[in-house]
Design a protein around this ligand. Structure first.
Ligand code: PNS
Length: 161
């Protein structure tokens, strides 16, 4: 079975992430979305909230699982017997960081390759951080995130008022 892992912070999941999953779910037999517990990044949503939002937003895809992980991605890939890492690429600004990540992961687990997928041009500027900022300041992000994420962002905004 061709199993790929799509790792990330997903704080929160955006239409850009969903776009990547819709494209790659046709290529792989199964995809595990691996939500990372990153101690160095302050998250808006808890791990459980992020997992739930991804599950709700990917109900239309039948080969997606969502899990949390912490520690080294290479170890997680080995445990899950994954054959590929999925990462989205938006602009050239993403490239250098992504290249370094792909190279260290290749060194740590040579059997696994990183597959880069370009998101649609409509999602090229969509990032979790820009969406959080816009939404918490009252901006309309309804075309950039799944409906459930929009509602949760609105609830977070109410908590901060
Ligand atoms: O969505 P993000 O925050 O850009 O995702 C980055 C992520 C989670 C893929 C990356 O930080 C990661 O893989 N973290 C796990 C630790 C690890 O294995 N790092 C790379 C080798 S040092």
């Amino acid at each position: 079975m061709r199993l790929a892992v799509y790792p990330g912070s997903f704080d929160p999941v955006t239409n850009g992430h969903i776009d990547i999953l819709e494209k790659t779910s046709k290529i792989f037999d199964k995809i595990i979305v691996a939500v990372v517990h990153n101690v160095s990044k302050k998250a808006l949503f808890t791990l459980d909230e992020r997992v739930e939002l991804i599950r709700e937003s990917t109900k239309h895809l039948n080969n997606i699982e969502v899990e949390c992980f912490s520690g080294l991605l290479a170890n997680y890939l080995r445990d899950r017997e994954a054959c590929a890492i999925i990462r989205g690429l938006r602009t050239v600004a993403d490239f250098e960081y992504e290249m370094h990540m792909a190279m260290i992961n290749k060194r740590l687990i040579p059997d696994v390759d990183t597959i880069f997928i370009m998101s649609d041009s409509s999602n090229i500027f969509v990032s979790s951080s820009i969406i959080k900022e816009a939404a918490l300041l009252g901006g309309d992000v309804s075309e950039l995130v799944p409906e459930i994420v929009k509602l949760k962002l609105e609830a977070k905004r109410q908590e901060t008022i």
